[in-house]
Structure formats: C-alpha cells, structure tokens
Design a protein around this ligand. Structure first.
Ligand code: URA
Length: 233
C-alpha cells in the first residue's frame, strides 16, 4: 500500500493531509525520514507520524437493522445514510466501510457492512449465488400462478433477460417470503409489479447464511461473530 494511503487509513487524515504530513518531514519509515507519498510499503515496514507508531485498524464486519428513511450509500447529500446510524464506530473506521448489497430507502432490515473489500465481494458477487430473503407486505394476495412465475423467472420492464428463478412462499394473506439470488435495481418490487401486485412494505431478513439478529431494534447494529464472518469464505 502507498504511504499516503496507509497514513490516511491509519489516522483518518485525508489523502492530501497525509501528503502534507509527509512533506513536512513528520513521517518516518523504519526510523528514516520519508518524503515520498508514493512509497510502497511492505507488511514489515514500521511507519511513525510525529514519533507515534501507526497501525491499520483491523477489518470491521457489521450487521445493521436498517430502518426506513435511510439510504444504503456511504454518503448522500439529501438523506441520512446507514453510516449515520453507526454511533460508537470511529470516524476513521466509518470511512473504510462499504455496504454489501444495498436496500432501497424504504426497505428495512439486514444490511452488512465491512472494511474488508474481498469479503464484501464474496457476499455480493453473483457467482457465489447467495440467496437474499425478504418479507414483502403486498396490496393483493399471492396466487399459485405468481409462485410458478417467480420460480420460472420474471421478465422485468426494460430488461432483456428474465430474473433467475426465485422462491415465493405465502406467509399470510398479503404477506410473502421471497428469496432471490440476484440484486437487480428494485428487483423484488419490480417482480411483484410485473405480476400486477404492489409491494407495500419490504424487509430483508437474510443474506446467504447470515440472519438478521432479532435482538437488534431498527437502527441498531452489532459486530458479526467470527463464525458469521467466516460463513462467507
Ligand atoms: N428489492 C427491492 O425492490 N428493494 C430492495 O430494497 C431490495 C430488493
């Protein structure tokens, strides 16, 4: 990793602030002054800023119960984001987090976040085919034809190929559990719209092997357990 990036990750300084610190002769690598922001570091290099040893924060893995009204982006000029809910997470760590599989602003439930880019990729890559399970509140009851259509794949408006087979289970008269492997834009809402139905509420309960912890109230989060993290390896 480049020296300016390392300092930025370790301290929360911006890249340009990190470069300024390097230029001002405040940074040493292995006890020697380093003035090149582009210096590539190995795992063994010891970096100090004003004589303080810098270390990268260990990767963070979180699950959040997203309430409605929050966007899944890490920054947004108009709406509060899921990152705004992470009270108690240091700013330097928040800056490193990415969201694994976004939810619409009005959708509630399980959101996974991590600073480990490879892990995020394993969670979201279509190649790994992790089922996402949603509970949908609907305007109309689900028919047997709907169940068959979801299982065969639904042709969404404006798209060239139908969705991958999805599972639709009736939970109550106007409530269904939907399991999809893809993550197309507004996918579940559009699948029901294609069947002439309307999603009134949508809640994600599961992503692959991880189930939303029922102890988390809307807006609450917790670190994933080691088992939950490794369940995606
Ligand atoms: N499908 C949707 O339509 N919305 C979501 O937020 C997630 C899946």
């Amino acid at each position: 990793m480049r020296l300016d990036k390392f300092i930025s990750h370790a301290t929360g300084l911006s890249r340009s602030e990190s470069r300024r610190a390097i230029k001002s002769a405040a940074v040493q690598v292995n006890g020697e002054l380093e003035r090149s922001a582009q210096r590539e570091l190995s795992d063994l290099d010891r970096v100090t800023l004003r004589d303080e040893l810098l270390t990268l924060p260990s990767p963070r893995y979180l699950m959040l119960n997203k309430p409605a009204g929050y966007v899944s982006a890490t920054t947004d000029s108009e709406n509060p984001t899921v990152i705004d809910l992470l009270e108690g997470v240091r700013e330097v760590e928040k800056a490193q987090l990415s969201v694994a599989g976004r939810l619409d602003k009005d959708t509630t439930g399980l959101v996974l976040l991590s600073s480990d880019g490879q892990w995020i990729h394993r969670v979201t890559s279509p190649r790994h085919e992790h089922f996402k399970v949603y509970i949908a509140g609907l305007a109309e009851a689900v028919s047997d034809d709907d169940v068959r259509a979801f299982a065969e794949g639904i042709q969404l408006k404006g798209e060239t190929r139908p969705t991958r087979p999805a599972r639709l289970d009736v939970v109550a008269e106007r409530t269904a559990e939907v399991s999809v492997v893809e993550g197309r834009y507004h996918q579940v809402r559009r699948m029901f719209a294609a069947r002439g139905n309307h999603v009134v509420s949508l809640h994600r309960r599961e992503i692959g092997p991880i189930i939303l912890d029922p102890a988390l109230a809307p807006g609450d989060y917790r670190d994933l357990t080691a088992e939950e993290v490794s369940s995606f390896s």
